[in-house]
Design a binder for this molecule. Sequence first.
Ligand SMILES: [Zn+2]
Length: 75
Amino acid sequence: MSKLLLLLAVTILVVYLIKRGSRRGRDVEGPEKPTAEVEDMVRCHVCGVNLPRSEALMSKGRLYCCDRHLHQDQQ
Ligand SMILES: [Zn+2]
């Protein structure tokens, strides 16, 4: 009887680990795709280069690729 309980416990543990493993696998895949789709590209007001919005510098409603271009346009 105790062997049967042990077998049941091991089976539950294995099923739990498999489920957890597959869920983690999906989590790793999941976040990468949405960020790539959500991240929109913007254009530098000076040189016109495209860059992700998170990397762009914003000043007075205009976007720039770098500090140099931001200051260049402000002058
Ligand atoms: Zn630029």
